[in-house]
Design a protein around this ligand. Structure first.
Ligand code: NDP
Length: 278
C-alpha cells in the first residue's frame, strides 16, 4: 500500500483490460487516477469500482488498526475523462482535466491500443492508418501532452504499454508489430532526451494477457477453442497472463522504487519469448 502515495497518474484506455487493472493497482497504492478512455460509460463504471474497492480497503485498514472503524474509509481520488488518444487535443484536454482535479501529473501510462492484424498486401490504407493512429500516434500524443509539465517540474514517469510483438513477428499480424516496434523506439528516444530532467520513460512488453482483446482474437479464428488451446500449449507456464500481473510491473516503474530504470522495457510474458520452438 501507498507505493504511489501523493502521485497523480493518467492511464489511457483504462476502461477495461490491462488499463483498468493498472488504474485499480495505482489507486490501491495511493495515487489519484485519471481514466482517459474512448468510451466514457466504461470509464465511469471502472471509476466507480475503483472507488468502492479503495473505500473497502481503507475501511478494513482502519477496522484492524483500531481506528474509528465502520464509519467508512477515505474516498479514492478517481476521475473518468472521455479521451480519444488519436486526437492530440483530446489527450491534452485529459491532461488538463487531471491537473485541474488533482494537480500536476506525475505518471502517464500510454496503454490504449488495438489489434490490427492483416496480410501486408491485402491490408487497406485505412487498416494501416487506424493501427498507427492508436498504437503509435496515441502514445506520442500522450507523451507530448504530459512531458512539458514533467520536464518543467524535473520529475515524472511515463510507462508505455508495448508488446512482445515489439520484438518478434507472427505472420499475418501486420502492421501491429510495426507500430509496437515504434513504441520501443519512442520510449528509448524520449527516455534519453529527458533523462537530464529526471523524467523516466519506460515500456512494458506483455505477452498473451487474458483481456477482451485476446478473447476477440481467439473468437475470430476458424476454431476458437483450438486457437485458445494452441496459445496455452505454447506458454512455458501453461497459462496466459492476468491484467493485474502487468499492473504490478506498471506500479514498480511508476514508483520511486525504479529511479535508475529508464529508456528500458520489461517483458511480462511468463518466459514465452525466451522459449525456442519450431
Ligand atoms: P482491451 O481491448 O481490453 O482494452 C483497450 C482499451 O483501450 C479499451 O478500453 C478501448 O476502449 C481503449 N481504446 C481503444 N482505442 C482508444 C482510443 N483511440 N482512445 C482511447 N482509448 C482507446 O485491450 P488490452 O487491455 O488487452 O490491451 C491494452 C494494451 O496492452 C494495448 O496497448 C495492447 O496492444 C497491449 N497488449 C495487450 C496484450 C494482450 O494479450 N491483451 C499483449 C500485448 C500488448 P473501447 O473499448 O471503447 O474501444
Amino acid at each position: 500500500m501507498n507505493r504511489l502515495a501523493g502521485k497523480v497518474a493518467l492511464i489511457t484506455g483504462a476502461g477495461r483490460g490491462i488499463g483498468a487493472a493498472i488504474a485499480h493497482a495505482f489507486a490501491r497504492e495511493g495515487a489519484a487516477v485519471v481514466l482517459a478512455e474512448l468510451d466514457l460509460e466504461t470509464a465511469q463504471r471502472t471509476a466507480r469500482e475503483i472507488e468502492a474497492a479503495v473505500v473497502d480497503a481503507n475501511r478494513g485498514t482502519s477496522d484492524t488498526s483500531g481506528g474509528s472503524g465502520g464509519s467508512g474509509g477515505s474516498a479514492a481520488r478517481v476521475l473518468a475523462v472521455r479521451t480519444d488518444v488519436t486526437q492530440s487535443a483530446s489527450v491534452q484536454h485529459a491532461v488538463d482535466e487531471a491537473q485541474r482535479a488533482f494537480g500536476p501529473l506525475d505518471v502517464l501510462v500510454n496503454n490504449a491500443g488495438i489489434n490490427v492484424f492483416c496480410d501486408p498486401l491485402t491490408m487497406t490504407d485505412d487498416d494501416w492508418r487506424r493501427c498507427f493512429a492508436v498504437d503509435l500516434d496515441g502514445v506520442w500524443n500522450g507523451c507530448r501532452a504530459a512531458l512539458p509539465g514533467m520536464v518543467e517540474r524535473g520529475r515524472g514517469s511515463i510507462v508505455n504499454i508495448a508488446s512482445t510483438h515489439s520484438f518478434k513477428i507472427i505472420p499475418g499480424c501486420f502492421p501491429y508489430p510495426v507500430a509496437k516496434h515504434g513504441v520501443i523506439g519512442l520510449t528509448r528516444a524520449l527516455g534519453i532526451e529527458y533523462a537530464p530532467r529526471h523524467v523516466r520513460v519506460n515500456a512494458i512488453a506483455p505477452g498473451y494477457i487474458e483481456t477482451q482483446l485476446t478473447r476477440d482474437w481467439w473468437d475470430n479464428q476458424p476454431d476458437p477453442a483450438a486457437a485458445q488451446q494452441a496459445t496455452l500449449d505454447l506458454q512455458p507456464m501453461k497459462r496466459i497472463g492476468r491484467p493485474d500481473e502487468v499492473a504490478m510491473t506498471a506500479v514498480f516503474l511508476a514508483s520511486d522504487e525504479a529511479p535508475f530504470i529508464n529508456a528500458s522495457c520489461i517483458t511480462v510474458d511468463g518466459g514465452r519469448s525466451a522459449l525456442y520452438h519450431d
